[in-house]
Design a protein around this ligand. Sequence first.
Ligand code: PPS
Length: 396
Amino acid sequence: MKQLASLNSSVAYITHLSHPPMVFLKTHRTGSSTVQNILFRLGERESATFAFPSHTYQFNYPDRFRAAFVDELPEGSSQFDLLCSHMRLDLREVRKVMPQNAVFITVLRDPIKTFESVFGYYTSTVPAFLTAHRAAAIEGKSALSVFLDSPEIFWDPKEPRNGLAKNPMSFDMGFNNQKWNGSWPEDLAQLEEAFHLVMIAEHFDESLVLLGALLGLEHEDLAYLRLNVRAGNSVTDLDENMQAKVRSWNVLDTLLYDFFVQVFWEKASQFGMERLKAEVERLRAFTEDVRRKCVSRAEVPPGELEDLLRPWQTETATIVGYEVQGNLSLQDQGFCIRMMLPELQYHSHLYFKQYGRDMRAAPADRIGHHWIRKTYKICRVEGTLRPGLGTTGLHR
Ligand SMILES: Nc1ncnc2c1ncn2[C@@H]1O[C@H](COP(=O)(O)OS(=O)(=O)O)[C@@H](OP(=O)(O)O)[C@H]1O
């Protein structure tokens, strides 16, 4: 296992960045938008070159990543510094695009919570969920419980859009998510070797402290707001029986998660548990101050949010957002808005900044693809940015 400290010193910083190039595997419904926002802010501040998808916000998801899905290297850049848009991992292909010394990071979440969230958010995008949803409507039951009673009825493994319907985190990691096979232990070992840090959503602040140590980041870089959060009435409470069904349907995700939780605590103990506890307390205190300064209202329903700050909504889940304080200096406004900027808006903004043009919509042959719904409508943020978001708030 890699030592955080030794990694930090062995990484060669060959660009203008104060940290190594980075790949963040943005897994679904794991808190990944919150991590991505931290990386977006960092990358924007340091004028990093982002490896963006050539179309929309995702690298042709749910296809496995291919180097050809990445947009061109912008003029004047010698390498990509940051890759953090949604993809289904293919390590070999990612390595073709990113510098050799890139640090690999991802985040995993308790598989029960992840699956419940994936189901609720993507009910109408994943065919297996949608069929269960329709059957449940006829029976007047909860879609998730109907699905979990007999998932095999609804799940066609040959349908690529069903990737997230079983073991969604393993799917995003590029594994065969359908059933256990002999190569799993070897695949896991390969991932452990490749990833410098696998963050754990249940230990988010501890994960951030380790991320900070890995990349040499300050608390100000790591302060965050929880993004992409469903409203309470979009969340299904699972009794023990349902939890057991989720666990058994997603047994590979359970293996994956348990494995990386163990790896996580090993890294934490190398860092020093007392030191970690103290750093987490300091980070939380700092973040609390930032939240007080920036947020006038949290858990704001989408209808009450301005376009710039309204997160993408799905047909079955309500995603809440934040209202920014009104009395901020321009500098603070730039900082605070960035911290609460939803994924699609920030992605569009950075793409425009990097290429001087809007992102491309999905190619015609993929528009019928259900997955594109989230990504089809390109938001043109640049024109609607408040004055504070131009360049102020990027630097301390
Ligand atoms: N800091 C932190 N810690 C723990 N959990 C967090 C955090 N930030 C966001 N979240 C929860 O993560 C869910 C959103 O995940 P993603 O942003 O990865 O979703 S997406 O795939 O990009 O749509 C979403 O879960 P649900 O609300 O259960 O759906 C968020 O509430």
